[in-house]
Design a protein around this ligand. Structure first.
Ligand code: PLP
Length: 411
């Protein structure tokens, strides 16, 4: 069995001089996956028009005779990996999109929001997606309600209670993260979706961080739409994400970029949004194969165990409170920083910069002065730790000492 830790860095291009504790932000793609992607690019360049216009996708119809176009084959693999296939094994509800931001924009653009409608986000929501909701609401004369959930550290039941108390019938759309970005929490998404269904509120789940970080069965969650990234935790090249659409919304969904496939169904609309590089999607299989070889469960368990143990250890060493329940932690976790490091956004940036420049340690730092920072820590600075199999305790040693040095000597 392969042992995980810094020796695994040989499988990535990451600079071994650094402790990279920020896998969650934009992912990091293993060398062999990038090698596969480069080989695909070489193959495309041998017959560019044949590949791009015929083999890759079919913009004229959702149905085809014989072998499906390559992107549909990828969609089938992805659907199998994330549990987003239909009962007959087809991936008819799965669109390949560059990223979750695109998936969310597709849903928002397909909804026909009207004046007086109310769309809802939460105070833990990702700013880019929340901005998209606000823009659509503004253009339509609709309003946006922010559902206020507790900060990281509260019991899971408190999140359900707050959600249930505030999400009321009549909302045109609820956008809810499955794993939040700044607060890095696994949300009780099934309870939240069930509540929305009971209240007849359509729900879009933002699963940006979920594929590969958690076992995923998208159709069992029962949301109206589920969009996520593969390029964060599933090791695929950037940019590769998906949007799953529940059967009753499939006729109404449209790609945010209108091109030749317009009106020809989900596959035709989303697979050819003008000319784009398909090589990342076509290398998805290599990433999933690598993960299977190493063992999905072994990867997930290693990442979770190290994240969880590190949070206990760092909060004890730094003298900060840590009360996040283990069931809300995957491979990312929020740890509060010592009060002496400050509270402002300038303090957060100064600490982050120092960790990167001096301690050669990469991890994001948030301030409670912003709404998203406050979702991670209500008073002061918080650091988000992401663990991937190329990390080990020596990275945590380095981070622990760097923060202690900063807290005693200052920047
Ligand atoms: C919860 C959440 N949603 C959406 C995004 C945006 O991802 P992308 O830029 O790949 O669309 C992120 C990125 O970190 C995120 O954490």
């Amino acid at each position: 069995m392969t042992s995980f830790g810094r020796t695994m860095l040989s499988e990535w291009y990451l600079d071994p001089g650094y402790a990279y504790l920020n896998h969650g932000t934009v992912g990091a793609t293993p060398k062999r996956v990038l090698a596969r992607q480069r080989a695909i690019i070489d193959e495309i360049e041998r017959h560019p028009a044949e590949f791009m216009l015929r083999r890759m996708a079919n913009p004229m119809a959702a149905d085809w005779d014989g072998e499906p176009p390559l992107l549909r084959q990828v969609a089938t693999q992805v659907a199998e990996y994330v549990g987003a296939g239909d009962a007959d094994g087809n991936a008819d509800g799965l669109a390949l999109v560059d990223n979750i931001t695109t998936g969310a924009n597709a849903v928002l653009g397909s909804l026909h929001i009207e004046p007086g409608d109310t769309l809802a986000v939460t105070n833990h929501g990702y700013g880019g997606v929340t901005n998209a909701v606000r823009r659509v609401a503004e253009l339509a004369g609709a309003s946006v309600q922010t559902i206020t959930l507790p900060s990281a550290g509260a019991p899971m039941a408190d999140f359900v209670d707050a959600f249930v108390a505030q999400v009321q019938p009549g909302l045109r759309l609820m956008v809810m993260d499955h794993i939040t970005s700044f607060s890095a929490l696994i949300m009780p998404i099934v309870e939240m979706v069930n509540h929305c269904r009971a209240k007849d509120v359509p729900i879009l789940v933002d699963g940006a961080h979920v594929p590969a970080q958690l076992p995923l069965d998208v159709s069992a969650i029962g949301a109206d739409w589920y969009s996520a990234n593969l390029h964060k935790w599933a090791w695929t090249p950037r940019s590769s994400g998906f949007l799953w659409v529940a059967p009753h919304h499939r006729k109404a969904i449209h790609a945010p970029i209108v091109s030749w496939g317009v009106g020809n169904g989900l596959a035709a609309e989303f697979d050819l949004p003008g000319t784009r590089d398909p090589s990342g999607f076509l290398a998805v299989n290599e990433a999933l194969t690598f993960r299977t070889e190493l063992g999905e469960d072994a990867i997930r368990d290693y990442n979770h165990d190290l994240a969880w143990a590190s949070a206990q250890r760092l909060s004890a060493a730094w003298g900060t409170e840590f009360s996040t329940p283990q069931e809300m932690v995957g491979s990312m976790v929020i740890v509060r920083l010592p009060q002496t490091l400050g509270t402002s956004t300038d303090d957060a940036e100064r600490v982050r910069r120092h960790l990167y420049d001096v301690a050669l340690t990469e991890a994001p730092v948030f301030s409670s002065e912003t709404e998203s920072g406050a979702s991670a820590s209500p008073d002061g600075l918080a650091l988000r730790l992401s663990i991937q199999i190329y990390n080990d305790a020596s990275d945590i040693d380095r981070l622990e000492q760097a923060v202690l040095d900063l807290a005693t000597k200052g920047v």
